[in-house]
Design a protein around this ligand. Sequence first.
Ligand SMILES: [Fe+2]
Length: 193
Amino acid sequence: MDHRNKYDFKDFVEDMTDMVERSQNDKVCVLEAERLVGKLIQSHSWLPAEKRRPSDGGYSRHPLYCDPKDRFEVIALVWKPGQRTTLHDHDETWGAEGVVAGQIKVTNYIRLEELSGGKIVKLQQTDTIVVNEQNTGTLLPPADCHILEGVGDYPAITIHVYGKQLRKFREFTPLEEEGLYLAQEKYVEYTAV
Ligand SMILES: [Fe+2]
């Protein structure tokens, strides 16, 4: 057992709570949340076995913590190789994400314009990266749209912190005109395990 790294999930929740109490600014929040996620994923003995279970029907989603004042939530996602999200946003909140195990491919987009009252959105792809174990990333509107996919030879586990409990998001389907996408609102489903 490794006794050098004693930073566990309880410490993480305490630090996150202190941070959201102090910070009024999403830009600062997201960077600090990313730093704390980076610290948390240095080890993963804190993540119980039932929160590491993959699913055959798509990536699995395991809620870990929700701030009682709804200033942040923490979830774990488990990806078998090839399981992926659609292109989606995060209901206007910020996010910090880290890879606990395995590898994930992230394709990032920025929102350039909202048209027809948000039913059509202009997006631009910014980058595609493979994120390895112990690495992190962020989402901050308008750079808050992406596709995630499990890659590699075994299931990947990722930790996600959002600036509120994420109940809904939008999925984007490409339209004929390049860069334009149809936006459809969806509600978050939790994996019952
Ligand atoms: Fe996402």
